[in-house]
Ligand binder design. Structure first.
Ligand SMILES: Nc1nc2c(ncn2[C@@H]2O[C@H](COP(=O)(O)OP(=O)(O)OP(=O)(O)O)[C@@H](O)[C@H]2O)c(=O)[nH]1
Ligand SMILES: [Mg+2]
Length: 451
């Protein structure tokens, strides 16, 4: 079967998950009378409550006999690690940009990662139905962004589609659009089929983990070379360099929102594997005789840290079931296995752990998940993670964009000024003002401490 693997990337709320809904619907994934919830891929409890995507997830649709594996990624910068990892599984990206907001900081970040990985993009200018849509300007801003990111000549030659993800339409002309056919065609024609050789040494890279109540831990992995058949002896090249011999007995491929049983992998496909104890992200399933591990997945470093401590307050033990430092450590260690952008460090005390992540939202989601699972803990104030490079103390720098109507722009930038603080003699951030239709957009580059 012919395959295409694509990730959908964008700034937060630009409509990725909504577009996946439409792709699922139009590829006949659901029965005609099936009622399907909106943003069906945002399947976990916190995602539904908050209306955001937190974890990257896979689905597959079929178009004229061709299988398109789609990875929906989160747009919030705190979950950037999910995007980096998703890009390991695909051969191209759909870069989604809101037709009114245009490219925003996370658009820049995810596009930068896609260009670095040499993944060909399809530009999708979404929410074309918005009254304040300005597709032509947004297109120009995206070209500027590509150039700013030092895109190569051939990377600038991408197809452009204008979509209304809610209505499920795409067209190369912003005024038109009947269905998503032009988008499917663009995927087939611009995203290269997976490379590799089905007959050579087995190489399957685990890029994500999932969990099923029936099957336990599931590894989501991309077949780069070779063919895996269930029941055959294989090896897992572990992150510590050792080789663990095993046999894969439960193999699935994606089909819409379901996993379908399979006994043999197809070259380039994204598969799901159950029943392998301890398997984790970055490991390669390979031949037991001639192991050929793929390079492990590297992702950007954490930027903020928080202390997670056993509850020692007078009210300790009233809310949670898991209250000891051993409970806390085990839960955090479990999280580190699936959440590769998190790090944990021991502190001087056995009751306390320093947990590092990409942002406050990411850590607050972890805390909320733990709370709901019955853990009781105290957390400290977030601090930025600093690093010494050549004896110089370095701090993470963020880009902070504020869009306001003209009349409040002055007040807004001065309050950011105050928060950012100043060092004698020089400003520690730069402010850019960009004029947009009826609004100023102030772009700050403050140090991590100021946010
Ligand atoms: N008017 C209009 N609204 C849209 C369109 N596409 C998405 N939306 C709305 O935009 C909001 C965000 O959509 P999502 O699909 O959750 O966006 P997302 O990019 O997946 O967001 P994250 O995963 O959290 O980054 C929702 O309220 C959608 O209904 C569109 O084409 N037109
Ligand atoms: Mg989403």
């Amino acid at each position: 079967m012919l395959i295409r693997n694509i990730a959908i990337i964008a700034h937060v709320d630009h409509g990725k998950t909504t577009l996946v809904d439409a792709m699922l619907r139009q590829s006949g994934t659901f029965r005609a009378n099936e009622s399907v919830i909106e943003r069906v891929m945002d399947s976990n409890e916190l995602e539904r409550e908050r209306g955001i995507t937190i974890l990257a997830k896979n689905t597959a649709v079929f178009y004229h006999g061709l299988k398109i594996n789609i990875v929906d990624t989160p747009g919030h910068s705190d979950f950037g690690g999910e995007v980096e990892r998703a890009l390991k599984m695909v051969d191209g990206v759909m870069l989604l940009v809101d037709a009114s907001e245009g490219p925003l900081p996370q658009t820049r970040y995810v596009l930068g990662k896609a260009l670095e990985a040499n993944l060909p993009p399809i530009l999708v200018i979404n929410k074309i139905d918005r009254a304040d849509a300005r597709p032509q300007e947004v297109l120009n801003e995206v070209y500027d962004l590509f150039i700013d990111l030092d895109a190569k000549e051939e990377q600038l030659d991408f197809p452009v589609l204008y979509t209304n993800a809610k209505a499920g339409t795409a067209s190369s002309d912003p005024g038109k659009g009947e269905d998503l056919q032009p988008l499917f065609e663009a995927i087939v024609n611009t995203i290269p089929p997976p490379a590799g050789d089905a007959a050579s040494t087995l190489q399957i890279l685990v890029a994500n983990l999932d969990y099923s109540d029936y099957l336990g831990r599931l590894a989501i992995a991309r077949v780069f070379n070779g063919t895996l058949r269930t029941g055959e002896d294989v090896a897992i090249a572990k992150l510590d360099g050792t080789l663990q011999k095993t046999r894969i007995t439960k193999l699935f491929s994606f089909s819409g929102l379901k996993r379908t049983d399979s006994t043999e992998t197809i070259l380039g496909d994204i598969v799901s594997i159950a029943g392998v104890e301890g398997i984790t992200i970055g490991e390669t399933i390979t031949s037991a005789e001639t192991p050929a591990p793929l390079p492990p997945i590297t992702i950007d470093e954490p930027t903020i840290a928080m202390q997670f401590t056993v509850n020692t307050s007078p009210f300790a033990g009233r809310e949670g079931d898991y209250v000891t430092s051993r409970n806390l450590r085990e839960r955090l260690e479990k999280e580190l296995l699936t959440n590769v952008s998190l790090r944990m460090e021991e502190t001087g005390s056995t009751d306390s752990f320093k947990v590092m992540g990409r942002g406050e939202l990411q850590l607050s989601i972890l805390i909320e998940m733990m709370r709901r699972e019955g853990y009781e803990l105290m957390v400290g104030k977030p601090e930025i993670v600093t690093r010494r490079v050549d004896a110089k103390l370095m701090e993470p720098v963020k880009q902070h964009t504020v869009s306001r109507l003209y009349r409040v722009a002055g007040r807004d930038s001065s309050s950011s000024d105050r928060r950012a603080g100043r060092r004698p003699g020089r400003s520690i951030y730069r402010v850019f003002f960009v004029e947009l239709a009826g609004a100023w957009r102030a772009v700050h580059r403050p140090g991590g401490r100021c946010l």
